[in-house]
Design a protein. Structure first.
Length: 479
């Protein structure tokens, strides 16, 4: 448990320490104008209390990633604790915070428009398409997964009825002003999510469970398919939400349009990501401990079709009792639902930003929302499991683009680029190496050639990006 406690302490301390340092890097000012006041429209742009923006951002970004991803990532062994902790502090939370500040300082526009302003029109157009695809896929999957869980909790209501109920809720949440539905029910969903995490944390401390420690002997790959699932890069792709996720930056414009001042960004963006890392850390620990070790966890998952939802249900009911287990499961249900509804909302805002369509009037919101939900409804009946397998890699690739945006922004403003540059290069290497090692792409396996080729591609991308960074910085200095 020593490793777990140290990692937990580091995550908490990072919010107060490294989070404050990033505030200084970004030169945050209480007096700076924010979109919630300068662009108020009563629908998407409006001030909200800090506790609400924090809770909404946490639920927006959480999904099932810090739960299901952490459980599957735990199969790699205690090394998962390192990635969740250090990745969360120095890469994921930094990514969420600085990108959130950049978005806030750019009228709260959607991520693709931010990419266009700092990396050029080509990447902007690419991000427009890919962000919409990602958000619609997230919305569809996050209808399916909670519907499956709810149909198990309440089998009297068929699965497709639950899908329909969630679909209707998503549409209403996408259409209504953000304070009318999302701002009112998220506290309830947030309470369930936090109860789940805190309840399991208590179980770990007082129950008869042993959390594997990170030692020299355990610093290895425990995965039963270690040959085809090497730690580098697979672990860093498997545990996305909880360490770093490109999806988060697509959600940040929602709260960038609602914070009251720049100072609130640390809680809303950095704090929400740190909280997600803590949730992921707890689930990784309880997964290893509940099944009696990493090998037993992998065996149990294999016997049940590698179904993380089965593990969540089994762990929750056994450790927290029937009532507590049901509440915990509701927290698991709340996580995807509160990411799915805002995924469609973010998709609406991206289309509105691209087409320059104001969103005060209901007919204009309908004009964008109806086609998006029509596409999502069709996808409900399509078996796209193969496509979804690529989601994790694609998600991390989006984070790479956002990290390079941050590098450009910091260089332009003569700030410390070293808080972002190593992270950008590292995640570029992870995503490029995955293309060479994974059977989902070229499938060369964990050979030396795979890692060398990944390194070469990373160097090329880094050189191209650095050229763009210096070119923009020189252009600004010559003005």
């Amino acid at each position: 448990m020593v490793t777990f406690i140290i990692c937990l302490g580091l995550l908490v301390a990072a919010y107060f320490g490294y989070g404050r340092y990033l505030e200084r890097v970004c030169e945050v000012k209480d007096s700076a104008e924010v979109p919630s006041k300068t662009l108020y429209d009563g629908v998407d742009y409006m001030p909200m209390p800090l506790w609400k923006t924090f809770m909404i951002q946490l639920l927006n970004i959480a999904g099932v990633g810090p739960i299901f991803g952490a459980i599957m990532g735990a199969c790699f062994g205690p090394v998962a604790f390192i990635w969740i902790t250090l990745g969360g502090i120095f890469i994921g939370a930094m990514h969420d915070y600085i990108s959130g500040i950049i978005i806030t300082r750019n009228e709260g526009v959607s991520l693709p428009e931010i990419v266009g302003r700092y990396l050029g029109g080509g990447l902007r157009d690419f991000m427009r398409v890919m962000s919409l695809v990602l958000l619609i896929l997230v919305g569809v999957v996050f209808m399916r997964s909670p519907a499956s869980i709810l149909s198990e909790i309440a089998p009297a209501i068929p699965y497709w009825w639950w899908v329909g109920i969630i679909l209707v809720y998503y549409f209403i949440a996408t259409m209504l002003p953000i304070d009318k539905l999302i701002g009112k029910i998220y506290p309830l969903f947030g309470a369930a999510l936090l109860f789940m995490a805190l309840g399991l944390a208590v179980v770990l401390f007082v129950g008869d469970y042993t959390i594997p420690e990170l030692t020299f002997s355990s610093l290895r790959n425990f995965h039963p398919q270690a040959e085809s699932m090497p730690i580098v890069p697979t672990l860093f792709i498997s545990i996305a939400c909880g360490a770093i996720s490109g999806f988060h930056a697509t959600q940040s414009p929602l709260m960038a349009r609602c914070i009251n001042n720049e100072r609130e960004g640390r809680a809303a963006f950095y704090g929400a990501m740190i909280s997600e890392s803590i949730i992921a850390l707890i689930w990784a620990a309880v997964a290893m401990a509940f099944f009696g070790g990493v090998e037993n966890l992998s065996a149990a998952l294999a016997e049940n079709g590698n179904n993380a939802a089965w593990a969540v249900n089994n762990i929750s009911i056994t450790t927290l009792g029937v009532v507590g287990g049901i509440l915990a499961m509701l927290g698991v249900v709340a996580a995807p639902i509160t990411s799915g509804d805002t995924a469609f909302r973010s998709a609406r805002l991206i289309v509105a930003d691209v087409l320059k369509i104001e969103q005060r009037s209901i007919p204009k919101r309908l004009a964008i929302s109806l086609p998006l939900f029509a596409i999502g409804t069709v996808l409900l009946f399509v078996d796209f499991d193969i496509i979804w397998r690529y989601f994790a890699w694609f998600n991390q690739s989006m984070s790479v683009i956002t990290l390079w945006v941050i590098v450009v922004y910091l260089k332009e403003h003569n700030r410390n680029i070293w808080v972002a540059l190593p992270a950008a290069v590292f995640m570029t290497y992870i995503c490029t190496t995955f293309i060479f090692t994974s059977n989902q792409f070229i499938g060369m396996g964990s050979t030396s050639l795979s890692y060398v080729l990944g390194g070469v591609v990373t160097l090329v991308i880094t050189a191209l990006m650095w050229r763009k960074v210096t070119k923009r910085a020189n252009a600004l200095n010559n003005k």
